[in-house]
Design a protein around this ligand. Structure first.
Ligand code: DQA
Length: 147
């Protein structure tokens, strides 16, 4: 069984309440439940972590070193400016996929840049909660390709 860390950044704990027109009506718990269902069919073991604090996300990325086979991350607003999270992803060298609920390229110009995108396998953006499912399947595909 491959182990995947599912990381979510600031304000993602507010999904369902927060700007539903932009982020949809599903809560983070709903999304995690759906990912667990998919993980069973793909034989993946998921670990979930959400934080509003940059350092806590970095600590989780470091802890993943030697323990996790892949990372699925929605860095949320940190996407646009956290060189520290980018460096952490780069440091552990664990295959990572970046996901966003909204299409960040369609929104305010400050969201167009992702400082994490250059250090991940790929980015999925704009499919709402389904972005996570697509991201998990894409990551799984990369991991089995590697075998
Ligand atoms: C987000 C997009 C970011 O710009 C924003 O700060 C978020 C969520 C998304 O999933 O669409 O918090 O990462």
């Amino acid at each position: 069984m491959k182990k995947i860390l599912i990381l979510n950044g600031p304000n993602i704990n507010m999904l369902g309440i927060r700007e539903p027109g932009v982020y949809g009506s599903q809560s983070l718990a709903n999304i995690e439940e759906n990912l667990n269902t998919i993980a069973e069919t793909l034989l993946l073991e998921l670990t979930f972590f959400q934080s509003n604090h940059e350092g806590e996300i970095i600590d989780q990325i470091h802890k993943a070193f030697g323990n996790m086979n892949g990372i699925l991350i929605n860095p949320a607003a940190f996407t646009h400016y956290s060189y520290a999270i980018r460096d952490a992803i780069s440091a552990v060298n664990i295959p990572t996929v970046e996901v966003h609920l909204s299409n960040i390229h369609q929104r305010e110009s400050f969201r167009h840049q992702s400082v994490t995108a250059p250090v991940v396998i790929g980015q999925i953006s704009g499919f709402g909660a389904y972005s996570y499912e697509l991201g998990l399947r894409a990551l799984h595909n990369k991991l089995i390709e590697k075998r």
